[in-house]
Ligand binder design. Structure first.
Ligand code: DUC
Ligand code: ZN
Ligand code: ZN
Length: 479
């Protein structure tokens, strides 16, 4: 079945031009002016609209078991909500319990994700260390298309990676040609500050940001960066929320280090006043880590994004409903951390980024799609509008507007951190693997249609594998 997107303006990371896009059998087969529709093709009139690579959200947690509960959004509802907002691929996280084999956790997440309606891939977290972890990292890279490993520097007593774990894992990742990623917060500091603040009698959601000040994030980001520098390991810092962490990344990049930074739509647009909301349920709905920050940090993050020191935008989509958040009503430390956003990431970035002149059209494509595809080694299959690429596309109507609300969103959660925000510019059509899966407000998804995306390792490991293959090839010797 082919689909022709006709009359639009194609925007990629590199250029903007009038062109039609023909998709067939899941792939883009032609891009250019005046393409005739093949017999039986569906034709989308994209006049006055932009045609862009579907968004990639490189940071989601669908149905994550976390802090005594399970995230309410699963791989079916979550990827569907993403499609409604123009996001056609997620990179989620396999998070093994400490002492659990990485492979066992990976198989579990693969099973959970079978119901996804859009493509997906997995970072795998290293939450503990022994030889089996090292072996499983190798198996994941060699046989399962995993090229990134995540480390939580916070969540002491649960999934926190100590410096020793970081060093072991980073060294292994270098050997494998994988990239490392970190949630940068000093877990020991957070733990003690949480105790101190709770003991002072601050038990509500306002205690959450007090226990996780920006310095705690800046220290951890800098530490991870310096460890990565010594080990010559590429590093991606997830959800950079403050000036201190951004400065550490910028400094390292200026020194020539391969360090990348991700920013969440939420951190760009929601500030820390939400924790002072007298409605404690609403305040708790915003509890996530790192927390929302004061406005000066938001200014710094926008500058980091504009300057290219932050390369990707994500959501950390991790949904908990009010009854789940209530676990922390007498003790903020027990509030499940997480907020939603996958459905709204592209439109809030367009409205506050492109429409305000902070981002060009091409920069928008870079930070919502192409950069993630390049950093995680799936470009140009993803993140491009080019012949041979997966036909994951969004047709974007810059004139359409809507007011974001929990009442109308498709996300499976009872709260929206962008509630009441009116945005101009949204997805009119989303294509996943060449099929129209969202059109004019309606989802047309098929459970399980999403595919697992293998992400190959980076060059050094390839080279090593090839050398081994050469050595293993028997030379014919006549005796
Ligand atoms: N932060 C969150 O808010 N939720 C999930 C995990 C994380 O690091
Ligand atoms: Zn995190
Ligand atoms: Zn996360």
């Amino acid at each position: 079945m082919s689909v022709l997107i006709k009359g639009g303006t194609v925007v990629t990371a590199g250029k903007t031009r009038r062109a039609d896009v023909l998709c067939d059998n899941g792939k883009i087969v032609e891009v250019g002016p005046g393409i005739d529709a093949p017999a039986g093709a569906d034709v989308i009139d994209a006049g006055g609209q932009y045609v862009m690579p579907g968004g990639i959200d490189p940071h989601t947690h669908m149905q994550l078991p976390f802090m005594g509960t399970v995230a309410s959004e699963d791989f079916y509802t979550g990827t569907a909500a993403g499609l409604a907002g123009g996001t056609t691929m997620i990179i989620d996280f396999v998070i093994p319990n400490p002492q659990q084999r990485l492979m066992e956790a990976y198989e579990q997440w693969r099973e959970w994700a079978e119901k996804a309606v859009a493509d997906y891939s997995f970072h795998v977290a290293v939450t503990w260390w022994d030889d089996t972890v090292s072996d499983d990292m190798e198996t994941l890279v060699r046989d399962h298309g995993v090229n990134s490993f995540k480390h939580f520097m916070a969540y002491k007593g649960a999934i926190m990676a100590t410096d020793e774990i970081l060093v072991n894992s980073f060294m292994k990742a270098v050997e494998l040609g994988a990239i490392t990623t970190v949630h940068a917060e000093n877990g020991d500091l957070v733990y003690r500050l949480q105790q101190k603040i709770y003991d002072m009698g601050i038990t509500g959601p306002e205690g959450h940001p007090l226990s996780r000040p920006p310095e705690v994030e800046g220290e951890a980001a800098n530490r991870a960066i310096r460890i990565a520098e010594v080990l010559n390991c590429p590093l991606y810092v997830v959800h950079v929320s403050c000036r201190q962490a951004l400065e550490a990344i910028t400094r390292a990049r200026n020194e020539g280090q391969r360090v990348f930074g991700e920013v969440l739509a939420g951190h760009l647009l929601v500030d820390d006043s939400v924790y002072r909301d007298p409605d404690l349920e609403r305040a708790a709905a915003h509890v996530m880590s790192p927390p929302f920050r004061s406005p000066e940090h938001q200014v710094a993050l926008w500058r980091g994004l504009k300057a290219g020191n932050l390369q990707t935008t994500a959501t950390d989509h991790c949904c908990f409903c009010a009854d789940q958040k209530a676990a922390g009503k007498d003790d903020f430390r027990l509030t499940p951390n997480g907020t939603a956003g996958i459905e709204n990431r592209m439109e809030v970035l367009w409205h506050h980024g492109v429409s305000t002149g902070k981002l060009t059209l091409n920069e928008f494509v870079k930070v919502t799609s192409t950069n993630a595809a390049q950093i995680f080694n799936i470009y140009p299959r993803k993140g491009s509008v080019s012949v041979g690429a997966d036909a994951d596309l969004v047709v974007w109507d810059p004139a359409a507007s809507k007011t974001i609300s929990v009442k109308t969103h498709k996300q499976n959660v009872d709260f929206n951190i962008f509630e009441g925000m009116t945005v101009q510019g949204c997805a009119s059509h989303t294509l996943s693997a060449g099929k129209v899966v969202f059109a004019d407000g309606d989802l047309r998804v098929e459970r399980g249609a999403g595919k697992y995306v293998n992400r190959p390792p980076f060059a050094p490991y390839y080279d090593a594998l090839n050398r081994q293959a050469e050595l293993a090839t028997p030379t014919k010797v006549d005796r």
